[in-house]
Design a protein around this ligand. Structure first.
Ligand SMILES: Cc1cc2nc3c(=O)[nH]c(=O)nc-3n(C[C@H](O)[C@H](O)[C@H](O)COP(=O)(O)OP(=O)(O)OC[C@H]3O[C@@H](n4cnc5c(N)ncnc54)[C@H](O)[C@@H]3O)c2cc1C
Length: 537
């Protein structure tokens, strides 16, 4: 680490309290690696790397990117009888921010780790889970029934607060009557908003967001921050504000001040079926959403090509020309596609898509990202516990991190070796500075940050770590900052360019499986409709 001292890095990532509590550096007696998306290839793109192609191919539909959006476009095309597509992915494994890894005894996530049980049987998530045998049918009211073994096993979550673990995420220990009154007031307000519907009967806060109704008074929430939303309601309790901010950091990598109040309310309302109901149960696997990716990738089969860096995307009147670099063969090639789906993070369109490169539209600069660090700790055994027993999700109060999820929890293995996946969103006001911080620290310093954070709750952890691998996500999550979701910026970003369609979770301004899936499916549907309209289309 060059720019910051160890203590400064701890304070920047975990907060001043955590840095002060870490009087001696954690001893790092294990190995690990610093991982991440191909930074050198990304750097090449920014340098204008566009080698001339030495050969040409043809395909019906070229899908650029094998994250959830790209794989969902392929899924839809396949299921609707259009198998003539190719999916081009830079990395050696598909999945993007939903990818996963595996060691000798368990799979584990490198990013996304759950989806809520779908609320409607007709949703695309429900259909996908049905194919996978996760949804087994419908209940009497048409709600999907998720097979027991895929519902997050109890105990689901716990919080380390005031020196001990307790159940749930709200810090109830020694909460004052006023703290609890404010918690109830907040919950009552969220419950009211769960029931909000527009004139067409659509829920105001639906998942995916494209299904949400439009109510001017609720759309106006996008103009203020979640901090302002709480201020206006006199919700000043530090515990409540920590709890709500935890949600913003968890789903958006943002703080209360940098989260749109619409997005903040969406977090608490979109997964609840009706007022008075509990939030949907969580569906998870040891690999996290890597299990969904594996299913989609299997379906794409050999049409999914990895190690392919797309360098140029040029929509024309009769198709889309794509240039790519085969990283294994070190050879550039071109693909003439009837249609294409650009399923990459939106900021990359500025480097890759021909008309945007020459004349960048305003929406390219308006979409910003939070960087994240994800660490996977391989443990040879579990640490001793204080208070409530180990859960799937284990959160530390008063830490910049989000704590960790336990990969073996869902498999019912509560003893012996495991993998903990630890999450840290870098929520600074200036994402560019946060990205510099992300890249400036080496493996040892990140390992020290992880251990300093976890040691507060698990003083005996150091002797149990076999290895600790760190993944740096530079552009991990689109940030739903005030004004992004309801100002028209995203509508412009979604607009196709002739036969080139855009599909990525960024287009919702919110990073979730259902959002990425919805844009992938929408792009595929638009292509299917155009093809159905005439052979020349
Ligand atoms: C740490 C973390 C935790 C998360 N947790 C959850 C969760 O629990 N639940 C949830 O629903 N969501 C979660 N998310 C959100 C997650 O981003 C979405 O669920 C979803 O995976 C986004 O998919 P995508 O296809 O839109 O984008 P991406 O994941 O960004 O996929 C884009 C793909 O394009 C590829 N690519 C990039 N450049 C090129 C190029 N030039 N040529 C070819 N290929 C290229 C990338 O390698 C990648 O595979 C999390 C995200 C992060 C970062």
């Amino acid at each position: 680490m060059n720019a910051l001292s160890r203590r400064e890095l701890l304070a920047a990532c975990l907060g001043a309290g955590a840095a002060a509590a870490c009087r001696r550096p954690p001893s790092i007696r294990f190995e690990g690696e610093l991982l991440g998306p191909s930074a050198s290839q990304g750097h090449r793109l920014r340098q204008g790397f566009r080698p001339p192609p030495v050969r040409r191919e043809r395909t019906g539909v070229a899908i650029v990117g094998a994250g959830v959006a790209g794989l969902s476009a392929a899924w839809r095309l396949e299921r609707r009888g259009c198998p003539d597509f190719a999916v081009l992915e830079l990395e050696s494994d598909p999945g993007g921010t939903s990818r996963s890894g595996r060691n000798g005894f368990t799979a584990f996530p490198w990013g996304a780790h759950y989806v809520p049980a779908p609320l409607e049987a007709s949703s695309d998530l429900s259909r996908l889970l049905g194919e996978m045998g996760v949804v087994e049918g419908e209940d009497g009211e048409g709600r999907p029934l998720v097979a027991e073994q895929f519902l997050c096993r109890a105990p689901q979550e716990r919080l380390f607060f005031a020196g001990a673990w307790s159940e749930g995420l709200y810090p109830r220990f020694a909460a004052s009557p006023e703290d609890l009154r404010q918690l109830r007031a907040f919950e009552a307000e969220m419950d009211r908003l769960v029931g909000a519907r527009d004139a067409r009967g659509r829920r105001a806060f639906a998942l995916p967001t494209a299904a949400s109704g439009r109510l001017p008074e609720l759309d106006a929430l996008d103009g203020m921050s979640m901090a302002e939303f709480l201020d206006r309601r006199g919700l000043t309790s530090p515990r409540l504000r920590w709890y709500v901010e935890y949600a913003c950091r968890d789903d958006y990598g943002c703080r209360l001040e940098t989260t749109s109040a619409w997005a903040g309310v969406f977090y608490f309302t979109s997964r609840v079926e009706r007022p008075g109901a509990r939030a949907s149960e969580l569906v998870t696997w040891p690999a996290g959403n890597g299990a969904l990716v594996a299913h989609l990738a299997r379906l794409a089969g050999p049409r999914l090509r990895t190690g392919i860096l797309v360098t140029d995307v040029v929509p024309g009147p009769n198709g889309v020309e794509i240039h790519a670099w085969d990283t294994a063969r070190e050879e550039a090639f071109a693909i003439d596609a009837g249609h294409a789906v650009f399923a990459l993070p939106h900021f990359l369109a500025a480097h890759l898509v021909s008309p945007y490169r020459e004349r960048p539209p305003p929406h390219l600069a308006a979409v910003g990202y939070s960087p994240w660090v994800v660490a996977n700790l391989t443990l040879r055994a579990r640490p001793a516990e204080r208070g409530f027993p180990a859960a799937w999700d284990n959160v530390l109060y008063d830490s910049g991190s989000l704590g960790y999820v336990v990969a073996t929890h869902q498999a019912g293995q509560d003893h012996g070796p495991t993998v903990w996946t630890w999450y840290l969103p870098l929520t600074g006001d200036e994402p560019r500075a946060a990205r510099q911080l992300l890249l400036s620290a080496d493996w040892r310093h990140w390992a020290e940050v992880v251990m300093a954070d976890l040691r507060r709750a698990h003083p005996d952890l150091e002797g149990l770590v076999e290895r600790l691998d760190v993944w740096r996500w530079g552009h991990a999550m689109v940030r739903p900052t005030p004004g992004l979701l309801r100002s028209g910026i995203l509508e412009a970003a979604r607009a196709p360019l002739g036969r080139l369609h855009f599909a990525h979770t960024d287009l919702s301004g919110i990073a979730l499986f259902e959002e990425a899936q919805a844009w992938g499916v929408r792009a595929a549907d638009a292509i299917l409709a155009a093809r159905a309209a005439g052979p020349s289309r």
